[in-house]
Design a protein around this ligand. Structure first.
Ligand code: SAM
Length: 229
């Protein structure tokens, strides 16, 4: 199966891989990303890591069917156990998982991160937890992107070695995304505020603490959106 086209989300993730780098794609269920990057001439080789047998087998089959077995090493491995220093990995991509799981994978493999130049991360949720992990472990966010696909919003966070301190708003909304205030960013957070307001309306009046926490989340969104008006 040829991987000429990948999802808009993965295409955006791919756009942050520097030309000629060697990547490790963690959770590479069909190996779509490394196959696409090689077919585009962006990279020459990659490691695709996958922890579950079924998705690992489909990655192996796709790589073989595309004639790329000499360029993509598919490995059945948990997180960063998929590589070692000898692989000379420049960038690690972890996409399509929860932010907490991504942080956990990085934490468990943190001793291997010193030799890696760039992390390209696409959390499906809990982006604030992931940003907190990065800034607490000597990574700085250098770029961010937000993609909408099939009615869902996906954040992409690019981090490299360095120091950075983020405040609570920057952790939740993203330091670059928040500053840029793109149309998609505003759509995403208006949608989130609407959703939380509907949830708030369903919380009984007597649940004061729960109502207050929800109101605070809504207020934080509105303040960030109003800051650019
Ligand atoms: N990265 C692809 C994408 O963005 O489209 C696939 C996302 S898929 C939802 C998540 C994949 O990550 C699954 O195939 C799952 O088995 C794999 N996965 C989850 N935890 C993992 C871990 N600790 N190490 C390697 N793979 C993992």
């Amino acid at each position: 199966m040829q991987v000429k086209n990948i999802s808009k989300r993965l295409e955006k993730v791919a756009s942050f891989v520097p030309q000629g780098d060697k990547i490790l794609d963690v959770g590479s269920d069909h190996a779509y990303l490394p196959i696409y990057l090689i077919q585009q001439g962006r990279i020459v080789s990659a490691v695709a890591g996958e922890v579950v047998e079924g998705p690992y087998q489909s990655a192996v089959a796709n790589v073989r069917d595309n004639g790329l077995s000499d360029k993509i090493s598919v490995r059945l491995a948990n997180g960063l156990a998929a590589f070692d220093v000898g692989d000379q990995i420049d960038d690690i991509v972890i996409a399509g998982m929860g932010g907490r799981l991504i942080a956990d994978i990085l934490e468990r493999g943190s001793t291997k991160l010193a030799s890696v130049r760039r992390l390209i991360l696409q959390p499906n949720n809990r982006e604030d937890e992931l940003r907190r992990w990065l800034c607490g472990h000597d990574f700085q966010i250098i770029k961010e992107a937000l993609v909408e696909e099939n009615g869902k919003f996906y954040e992409i966070i690019i981090a490299e070695q360095g120091k950075q301190v983020l405040n609570a708003d920057q952790e939740r909304f993203g330091p670059y995304l928040m500053r840029e205030q793109s149309t998609i960013f505003r759509d995403r957070w208006r949608w989130e505020a609407d959703k939380l307001e509907k949830a708030l309306a369903k919380i009984p009046e007597k649940n004061l603490a729960e109502r207050s926490a929800m109101s605070q989340k809504i207020k934080q969104i509105k303040e960030v959106l109003h800051a650019s008006e």
